[in-house]
Design a protein around this ligand. Structure first.
Ligand code: PEP
Ligand code: MG
Length: 760
């Protein structure tokens, strides 16, 4: 049996798609167990029924047409009881249901096992036999094992949308199909799909005979030049929308075309007799593959950039550049690997949304889309977009959902959300200059998290009182090498100037974990527990010192700089970082005689050890800032980027809240301020809790700022403070939310809370 199982699993893993998997299972089980029938029923979530998806033994016409409700028939019963049912004489069972379309004879024996993944029943695997006999334990165990193995494959197909496509094929009914990806940039949009197909296919270059080396080299150089020009034209199209820093994304792109990088290899191949087209595609494919296999999400993204560039150059070589596309009013760009450069192809006023089959929330596309406020969904694997041209789409950038051919009901639902978003924003804009004070006079400073220059405009429009977290690593991402001290000084000064006289908390470089620089790769088995944040910069004082000096020099005349040190896990680490900061300050003021005011310094509390050391740390700095994103991941031991455990990642988990509550007490006991700069601060209910704990400042994504302010202004914090002790002892995050909602009864406040689906 074990050998048979191994063979089936092997065949399943080599299968091309889900329907092939199902066919392999039914045919192999039927022959391995020597039964009359083997069938698989899968759960259609939308219609809540179990649909016959593959069979050997029943009528093939029944596939895709026969279904059973969640408690209907023996199949429904297996699903609802979530355990196997093994019957010698199925038709005498009260739940037995004869379905004529299956053409089934009266099979006597029945064994059904549920296919369960992460506590959800995905389907039922059934074997039937003409003879009246009870399936033995071995057969039952065989099916259970197989079903457990199959569940992962089906769950994957479900998450990628393959399952939906199999259950309700796109071409048929024209009905709505829903796909799930990752939330790339918040917001909702309804529009028309515009397919961005690759200009040329790198993987389908015909092996054409090379002409002379001279002709091939000429073709290559011309194509590169034309691509260079295209990219600059695109960057130009975005001028006024992106700043100098963001333009660097395009510069980085163009630099890849330089002779000393890819060009050298291409020319070598041409000299060896290859045609320009094949030399170019081979080099690009080889380099992209190297990035593909890298663990690091950021570096993987570089493969997308490289392929995009590769296609553009190849397109010029093939003289098959896309014709001018006429963009509809609400264009939603859909493509395999949309890159940041794609944004420049469409007139901004027509760009309603973006859907990228590949990519992650880390991609440049997502970073730029968030900064530009374009609803975006990335990582929508399984979406076969080839047939989507001109189709109506809804993008839910809060949840990462895409709806194709949406139902009228969904359209009006999302129109209402969009309308609500608009209305809410205009109502909230009136609060721009109002203080964040609760009804019972608790005040908090409302700060923003920034990284790109594009964040600055909305932050100021929304009345930010300053920057609580400037993620200094963001401008480092869009380069080919570490920026020089002078380059850094310039972009830090741009931030400090834009917010002056408001304070700007600049965090020192927080790379590592899921944020690696393309030019500083780090390979580790457990990156989140590895070389991250201050651990890296203490090992590279030259990088740390240059950064701190650049920040201090940038602050001359503004004096609104604060420094923040990430990932502190011990007092020693903090002391070493402080020593370097003082050294940088002394060099600048005593040796270079610069007139710099010593910035206030804070430590980030985002590692469990820092919770227990909070007082010791607070004594040595001017303020503490809680990074609730990492703190949640480390306290709950839940990877913040892993969709498998995403439902366990709860910033409102009572254990996380207890830790956060402890930090503010420790800071205040030392007479220091404490703030929160993780996502929890931008969640209206989370913000209320943080105020009740006594936090002095909240720093969040600019898009949440006014909503949180509105909720604070309509709440009584002392009521929540009374609840605090009880809340910290509740069993889970849901219970915490429920307890808070019992106190927050004002319908207007409720509306602000509900309107942020991404935070729900
Ligand atoms: C955090 O960890 O909460 C935080 C604010 O930092 P980042 O999300 O950049 O790790
Ligand atoms: Mg962090």
């Amino acid at each position: 049996m074990l050998e048979e199982l191994r063979l089936i699993v092997q065949r399943v893993s080599a299968a091309g798609d889900l329907s092939e998997v199902l066919e392999i299972i039914v045919s192999s089980v039927k022959s391995s167990l020597n039964v009359s029938v083997c069938s698989i029923y899968l759960h259609d979530q939308m219609l809540n029924r179990y649909l016959l998806m593959a069979t050997r033994g029943l009528n093939q016409e029944a596939v895709g047409n026969v279904f059973l409700g969640p408690k209907e028939g023996l199949v429904g019963m297996v699903a609802s009881r979530e355990e196997p049912i093994n019957l010698e004489k199925a038709d005498s069972h009260p739940n037995y249901q004869y379905i004529p379309e299956t053409g089934e004879e009266r099979y006597s024996s029945f064994l059904g096992v549920p296919i369960i993944h992460h506590r959800h029943v995905l389907g039922v695997l059934v074997v039937q036999q003409v003879d009246q006999r009870r399936f033995d334990e071995g057969e039952e165990a065989f099916l259970i094992t197989l079903s457990a193995q199959l569940s992962g494959t089906i769950a994957h197909a479900e998450s990628t949308g393959d399952l939906v496509q199999l259950i309700r094929p796109l071409s048929g009914s024209g009905g709505e199909i829903e796909f799930h990806g990752l939330a790339g940039a918040p917001g909702v949009s309804i529009g028309e799909a515009v397919i961005i197909s690759p200009v040329a296919d790198l993987y389908a270059v015909e092996s054409i005979e090379a002409r002379s080396v001279k002709v091939e080299l000429e073709e290559y150089h011309q194509a590169v030049e034309s691509t260079r020009k295209d990219i600059w034209d695109m960057a130009h199209g975005l001028s006024g929308i992106i700043n100098e820093q963001e333009r660097l994304l395009f510069t980085a792109y163009v630099q890849m075309l330089d002779d000393h990088s890819l060009g050298k290899e291409v020319k070598q191949r041409i000299h060896q007799g290859a045609s320009a087209q094949s030399a170019w595609s081979e080099v690009i494919i080889a380099h992209a593959r190297k990035f593909d296999v890298m663990e690091d999400a950021y570096l993987k993204e570089r493969a997308a950039d490289l392929r995009d560039l590769g296609r553009r150059v190849l397109g010029h070589m093939q003289e098959s550049v896309q014709q001018e596309t006429v963009y509809p009013e609400n264009a939603i760009l859909v493509g395999e690997e949309l890159s940041a450069a794609t944004l420049g192809m469409v007139p901004v006023e027509k760009l309603a949304g973006l859907v990228s089959i590949k990519g992650s929330t880390n991609s440049h596309l997502a970073i730029l889309a968030r900064a530009m406020g374009i609803p975006t969904v990335v990582g929508v694997q399984g979406l076969r977009y080839g047939r989507l041209r001109g189709k109506k789409l809804i993008i839910d950038g809060y949840r990462g959902h895409v709806y194709i051919n949406p139902t009228e009901e969904h359209i009006s639902h999302y129109q209402a959300i969009r309308e609500d978003d608009r209305q809410l924003l205009s109502e909230l804009e009136t609060l721009r200059d109002e203080p964040a004070v609760s009804l019972d006079n608790h005040k908090v400073r409302m700060l923003v998290n920034t990284g790109l220059m594009a964040d600055v405009r909305i932050s100021l429009e929304r009345g930010a009182e300053g920057v609580g977290l400037y993620r200094s690593e963001v401008p480092f991402f869009s380069r080919q090498r570490f920026p020089t001290e002078e380059e850094q000084r310039q972009f830090y000064r741009e931030q400090l100037e834009a917010f002056y006289p408001r304070p700007v908390v600049m965090r020192t470089l927080d790379i590592g974990g899921d944020k690696a620089l393309p030019y500083f790769p780090i390979e580790e088995a457990n990156p989140f527990l590895g070389w991250r944040g201050i651990r890296i910069t203490l090992d590279h004082p030259e990088i740390f010192l240059a950064q701190v000096r650049a920040m201090m020099k940038a602050s001359i005349g503004f004096d609104n700089l604060r420094l923040l040190i990430p990932m502190i896990s011990s007092v020693k680490e903090l002391e070493m970082a402080l020593e370097l900061i003082y050294r940088a300050y002394d060099e600048l003021t005593e040796e270079d005689h610069l007139d710099i005011k010593m910035p206030r310094i804070g430590a980030m509390i985002e590692v469990p050890s820092a919770i227990f050391l909070a007082r010791e740390l607070a004594r040595r700095v001017d303020f503490l800032s809680v990074g609730s994103n990492d703190l949640t991941q480390y306290i709950l031991a839940v990877d913040r980027n892993n969709p498998q455990v995403a439902d366990l990642y709860q910033a409102m988990h009572p254990a996380v809240l207890s830790a956060i509550n402890h930090v503010v007490k420790a800071a205040h006991a030392e007479g220091k301020n404490a703030g929160v700069c993780g996502e929890l601060a931008g969640d209206p209910l989370g913000a209320l809790l943080l105020l009740a704990m006594g936090y002095d400042s909240l720093s969040m994504n600019a898009s949440n700022l006014l909503k949180v302010k509105a909720v604070i202004r309509k709440s009584n914090i002392s009521e929540i403070r009374l609840l605090l002790r009880e809340i910290l002892h509740l069993p889970d995050a849901d219970a915490v939310r429920e307890a808070l909602l019992e106190v927050v009864t004002d319908p207007e406040v409720r509306r602000y809370i509900n309107v942020a689906p991404g935070l729900g």
